[in-house]
Design a protein around this ligand. Structure first.
Ligand SMILES: *Cc1c(COP(=O)(O)O)cnc(C)c1O
Length: 220
């Protein structure tokens, strides 16, 4: 299967309105260009240096998504062009993104990352930590970030019911946050969940953005 055929197949599995982020981490520019030439415009990367190199070599109308863990000391390098930062899990990081966005006169959309999987991870907010962040008045005083939704990763398991319940939990978090903190704010609308192996379940659970690498580009 070619990249173009893979993209076509995935699109045929996605309802209207669900956005496909092609996760191009570890893949070369030639391969990304093949996807670009098939019409793909949204790409996801998880390493700042790698993203910068690719950003410089690919056309200006690519929308770059940062999907990994972002260190505060690297934010300034991607702030001028990044379309969406998926993995915000602390007030400290949000503050730095806001400051760097202000420096380049931008408003950067971000997603709050939740820890929904059973696996141990240093990354992602608990519900309690998210509430603490959103109850802090500073969060809504920031003028150069736009909190646009939530993101999460399910447990790496064959057991579909575990994956489904985690995605459903993230969708509940989204709806609860919308009600409590973002009522009437149309920009708070994204649920970024679903990867190569679990995106059909994510879509059934309400995903608005799937992040897919292997199923497009082949395994890493
Ligand atoms: C690598 C990665 C993906 C894509 O994973 P695939 O299994 O290759 O589809 C999605 N989201 C994040 C955060 C990733 O790091």
């Amino acid at each position: 299967m070619t990249i173009s055929e893979n993209l076509q197949y995935i699109h045929s599995q996605l309802p209207d309105g669900v956005q496909l982020i092609a996760v191009s981490k570890t893949k070369g520019v030639d391969v990304i260009r093949e996807a670009y030439d098939s019409g793909q415009r949204h790409f996801g990367e998880n390493k700042v240096q790698e993203l910068l190199a690719k950003y410089q070599q690919l056309p200006d109308d690519v929308h770059w998504h940062f999907i990994g863990h972002l260190q505060t000391n690297k934010v300034s390098q991607i702030a001028p062009f990044i379309s969406l930062i998926h993995g915000v899990d602390s007030l400290k990081l949000l503050r730095v993104i806001n400051r760097e966005a202000e420096r380049c006169n931008r408003i950067i959309p971000v997603l709050l990352e939740f820890h929904i999987a059973k696996e141990e991870s240093k990354f992602g907010l608990s519900w309690e930590a998210a509430e603490e962040m959103l109850k802090n008045p500073e969060t809504f005083q920031m003028r150069n970030v736009l909190i646009s939704g939530v993101m999460g990763m399910a447990t790496f398991t064959e057991e579909q019911e575990i994956v489904r319940s985690e995605f459903e939990q993230l969708a509940i978090y989204f709806r609860t946050l919308k009600e409590q903190y973002f009522q009437g704010q149309q920009h708070f609308c994204e649920i970024s969940m679903g990867m190569s192996d679990d995106f059909p379940i994510a879509v059934q659970s309400g995903s608005t953005m799937v992040r897919i690498g292997g199923k497009i580009f082949g395994s890493r």
